[in-house]
Design a protein around this ligand. Structure first.
Ligand SMILES: NC(=O)c1ccc[n+]([C@@H]2O[C@H](COP(=O)([O-])OP(=O)(O)OC[C@H]3O[C@@H](n4cnc5c(N)ncnc54)[C@H](O)[C@@H]3O)[C@@H](O)[C@H]2O)c1
Length: 247
């Protein structure tokens, strides 16, 4: 019960790592608002958490929209009365936008991966400040440290921005009792296209532990940063990558 009675919003929680985080947070006693652009998937995850004895609600949100962020936070307050934790997990790969080197593709990657983190952090911090503090965990990537190896420049640019934005936000909001940290996963399904066997083998070969990570292995790190166990941890980076950037 490491998050007993905490109220958490997790974006992109209808699938993948966000889903694993939502399930783990609920097991640890949190009341979780499962938020995703795929409203049906958010409903599915929340219902499964409730069926397993946890507390969860669902909300549809496009994290690039400030009005939709305001509505999400209002719904969370209406449902659970407070907000203690935000995990900015929603994200897209460069290959999901058609041409990430075209201006529309670039803008979409930056909006979903980077601008969303600014919007969510700003609006959640406003609320958390009223109740004495909170914890914000922003999901960046190993591509927030290094270029190449995979993905598109737009993706790396967005994830690098999340890394430094998290430090700037930690400095700004620290005096209000709000901690902000970033998490940097290495190669994991599902965002990594595991159906492409050649690509998958390349990623495994690049990872010192010689395997892909699992969503739950990232979720455990996010749990630590979100919990009171990390009460003196802010502005830091937690790399969960099987050793990739140690090379
Ligand atoms: N899988 C990896 O190899 C890897 C590595 C490093 C970092 N990451 C990051 O981890 C996070 C989760 O990745 P994943 O692998 O679980 O991906 P995923 O595609 O399984 O999940 C992402 C979720 O975000 C949602 N989403 C997408 N756009 C959205 C929007 N505009 N508004 C709200 N929700 C939206 C999707 O519907 C999906 O449920 C992302 O930020 C990703 O960049 C992934």
């Amino acid at each position: 019960m490491r998050l007993k009675d905490k109220v958490a919003i997790i974006t992109g929680a209808g699938h993948g790592m966000g889903e694993a985080e939502a399930r783990l947070f609920a097991q640890e006693g949190a009341k979780v608002m499962v938020a995703d652009i795929l409203g049906g998937e958010a409903e599915r995850v929340a219902a499964e958490i409730r069926n397993a004895g946890g507390e969860a609600g669902a909300a549809k949100i496009d994290v690039t929209s400030e009005p939709q962020w305001k509505a999400l936070i209002a719904k969370t307050l209406q449902t659970y009365g407070r907000l203690d934790i935000l995990v900015n997990n929603a994200g897209i790969s460069g290959s999901s936008v058609g041409d990430p080197d075209g201006i529309d593709g670039w803008n979409r990657v930056i909006a979903v991966n980077q601008t969303s983190v600014f919007l969510g952090t700003k609006l959640a911090a406003e609320q958390m400040a009223k109740t004495g503090g909170g914890a914000i965990v922003n999901i960046s990537s190993i591509m927030g440290f290094v270029g190449g190896a995979s993905g598109h420049p737009a993706y790396g640019a967005s994830k690098g921005a999340v890394r430094i934005y998290s430090k700037a936000a930690a400095v700004r909001y620290g005096p209000l009792g709000i901690r902000v940290n970033s998490v940097h996963p290495g190669y994991l399904p599902p965002m990594l296209n595991a159906t492409n066997a050649g690509e998958r083998d390349d990623k495994i070969a690049l990872t010192p532990l010689r395997r892909l990570g699992k969503p739950i292995e990232v979720a455990y790190g996010v749990l630590f940063l979100a919990s009171d166990e990390a009460s003196f941890v802010t502005g830091t980076e937690l790399v969960i990558d099987g050793g990739f950037i140690a090379q």
